[in-house]
Design a protein around this ligand. Sequence first.
Ligand code: PEP
Length: 254
Amino acid sequence: MRRPILAANWKMNMDSAALRAFTDRFIPLVANAKAVDVVIAPPFTLLDRLAQQIAGTAIQSAGQNVHPEESGAFTGEIAAGMLADMGCTYAIVGHSERRALFGESSAWVAQKATALLRHRIRPIVCVGETLEQRDAGQALEVVATQIGESLAGVASDQAEQVVVAYEPVWAIGTGRTATPEIAQQAHEHIRKQLSAQFGEAGNRIRIQYGGSVKPETVYALMAQPDIDGALVGGASLDPEAFARIVLFQDQRIS
Ligand code: PEP
């Protein structure tokens, strides 16, 4: 059994007042969500405050990015050790916005993932195809290549620490969620590849779906055999919506 993981990616949103309003509302709503991992990735500037506000709860914090080097002349960057110092247990790497807007390659993402693992931070490694690639019938091949290259530096005995987030680019921030069947097809393909790459450990790697996940769509996605969680952008800014996503078992529409 893989433990579900529901993660919020706040991107470049929220400030300290908004964070306080969010946690005041969100923490009591998810207090009984014991069987899932709940993760929030705020902007770096809010990591310290978030750590204070989630202290004593099961909620964990994540960086949205990291630089692979340990320290040095890299103005504007944040090292894995710094995230560990802020109490982060996860960090997102290779988000499609980083790949598209900041030119990040899978080889670069791989360096980030291994830097995080050195500091016992679990990388959430994002992959996903564009609409053009899907329309050209290349979706599974593109994702397979991204996985192979982005996880190239991960040893089999570390594989279980990794979370993969399948986020089709055409579904991010567009309101267009992949159907559960389309998502499952990609996740099954990713699962096979992870098993080929890491053996038995590949079966234990959690694969999140991301792309316009909402309280109304989360249950059907999570019901798929190879969907182990969600990486949520827009809906995670609303404490009630994200709480309903965390409590996905309750969102079943009978
Ligand atoms: C994301 O950016 O990781 C994401 C899935 O965003 P949204 O939920 O807004 O599509």
